[in-house]
Write a protein that binds this ligand. Structure first.
Ligand SMILES: [Fe+2]
Length: 497
């Protein structure tokens, strides 16, 4: 990170003068000084401040601070929780520390669990003919990633935990909430894609996502007001993209939310894609990470390493979470899995089926670039066959909602309820409703007005925000919330009588 000295308004006008050398009582060398304040997080390794002139084009170092160490590089940090199954009674806690010795989570009335410790090395990163920041100039030692599953909890209940060890230190006591058990009635959650990170000071930084702070702050308010049970972040998580310290920044940024409610994720192109690495799309978008840091920081209940798909029930909803970055063709393992998973949902227990992944099937913003026709052709029939109610995707950086759609055609239109809210009646099911929700941080994609909006597109909003949902067995109510104004920009309901 870097900051301009002009951020101190008194610097260029030389308001704070100091005499460095006197000759016969007269000042002969006078300096001007300025002050900058950096928001620094504990990244375990030493940091150094450099003062340089010449701008970013031709930097010339004028002075350096020498290495500065963190008081406790082993400090356990950035704890975040996620569901391991659909019972709401077990939660995984994952955290970061410079300490490789197993640590503990202490929770409930004196229960403890020892952490499993893992990490990844430079050798785990990918390379190709293109430069790979992850392996080369973007590498940063991740320290150790600790993970432990708290069991014997009760669903929809509040508990506390702390994590660490006597030698490495302890986190604060953190209060968290378990999600409702699968098959129970109610669930309140938020969902979004493409969040990333931004500095909490005026630094100029590599690859920031300008809306991310506004969105995570608004979601923290929801958590503080006990408004949500869980979060789904569907790909393009930190945008570290090979500059690995970005993961620490991101984990720090979300920790107020992710340490207190279940934070579930899906993988995106910026976590996984790389040349000759087995991703469906041959782009350098992960900067050589190839999904390794993502999987280590966000262990989801997936079948195996580099198979980042899973399903989970929370309340009245079954979530089928796929990777659009791994093979989804009909002969693939993932396709077989999602076919079986969706067919096996007991709709009397979880009446709602939500399908989610990163890349969309429908977007009217630069759709020719952003929608893969092959993906739509091969996977969309499964959604209809299994009566999927709702589909969330990200990747496009805005919000868009469709009619009940299949193969580009509206199979049904919602009707207005007595409050004027678009209502889809799925007791008389026709096709899934799709929503693009990639508006959580990355610079927004605009909708072009010179092309008439496709008639399947019922709401188009290019603002930062998130999707807020409240489900019972009879109804899901969904709202797009603008994170700056907290105003609801779109709302719709899906009902089953
Ligand atoms: Fe993406």
């Amino acid at each position: 990170m870097a900051m301009y000295m002009s951020n101190d308004p008194d610097y260029l006008s030389c308001k704070k003068q100091e005499c460095k050398k006197y000759d016969k009582g007269k000042c002969v060398v006078r300096t001007c000084s300025g002050t900058l304040t950096f928001h620094v997080i504990n990244i375990r390794t030493d940091i150094e401040f450099l003062l340089f002139g010449g701008g970013f084009g031709t930097p010339c170092v004028l002075s350096r601070s020498g290495p500065i160490s963190f008081a406790n590089p082993k400090k356990p940090l950035y704890g975040h929780i996620s569901s391991v199954d659909s019972t709401g009674t077990s939660m995984r806690l994952t955290w970061v520390s410079g300490d490789k010795e197993p640590q503990q989570v202490q929770y409930k009335d004196g229960k403890t669990k020892l952490s499993e410790v893992t990490t990844f090395s430079r050798d785990n990163m990918c390379t190709s003919d293109l430069p790979s920041p992850a392996k080369d100039f973007g590498w940063h030692d991740p320290g150790f990633i600790h993970s432990a599953v708290m069991t014997e909890l009760k669903p929809s209940s509040t508990f506390w935990y702390r994590y660490g060890s006597d030698s490495a230190g302890w986190s604060e006591q953190i209060q968290f909430r378990t999600p409702p058990a699968g098959g129970s009635d109610e669930l309140k959650f938020v969902a979004y894609g493409d969040m990333g990170k931004a500095p909490r000071d005026p630094s100029v930084e590599h690859y920031i996502q300008p809306g991310s702070l506004s969105v995570i702050n608004a979601i923290a308010d929801e958590v503080n007001s006990n408004n949500i049970d869980s979060v789904f972040h569907i790909g393009d998580i930190s945008y570290a993209t090979g500059f690995l310290v970005g993961w620490d920044f991101f984990l720090h940024q979300i920790s107020h939310v992710a340490s207190r409610v279940s934070y579930m994720t899906a993988i995106g192109n910026h976590e996984r894609d790389y040349i000759s690495s087995g991703s469906v799309y041959i782009t350098p978008d992960s900067g050589g990470e190839c999904g390794v840091p993502y999987e280590t920081y966000f262990p989801m209940p997936t079948p195996a390493k580099d198979k980042p798909w899973y399903s989970i029930d929370q309340g009245s909803i079954h979530f089928t979470v796929i990777s659009t970055e791994h093979n989804w063709s009909p002969n693939s393992e993932q396709y077989q899995w999602m076919t079986k998973d969706m067919a096996s949902v007991d709709r009397s227990r979880t009446p709602w089926l939500i399908f989610t992944g990163h890349r969309p099937m429908y977007s009217s913003a630069n759709a020719f670039m952003n929608v893969d026709d092959k993906f739509v052709r091969e996977v969309e029939p499964l959604l209809l066959a299994n009566k999927v109610d709702l589909v969330f995707f990200g990747h496009i950086h805005n919000y868009e909602r469709t009619c009940s759609i299949y193969q580009q055609e509206c199979k049904a239109m919602p009707t207005k309820d007595r409050n004027g809210i678009d209502t889809y009646d799925h007791s008389n099911y026709s096709a899934p409703v799709h929503a693009v929700i990639g508006m959580a941080g990355f610079s927004l994609d605009k909708f072009t007005n010179d092309v008439p909006a496709n008639k399947w597109s019922l709401s188009r909003i290019s603002e930062y925000g998130y999707l807020r949902a409240h489900a019972t067995k009879k109804e899901i109510k969904l709202e797009f919330v603008n994170s700056n104004t907290k105003k609801v920009g779109d709302s719709f309901r899906i009902i089953k009588r």
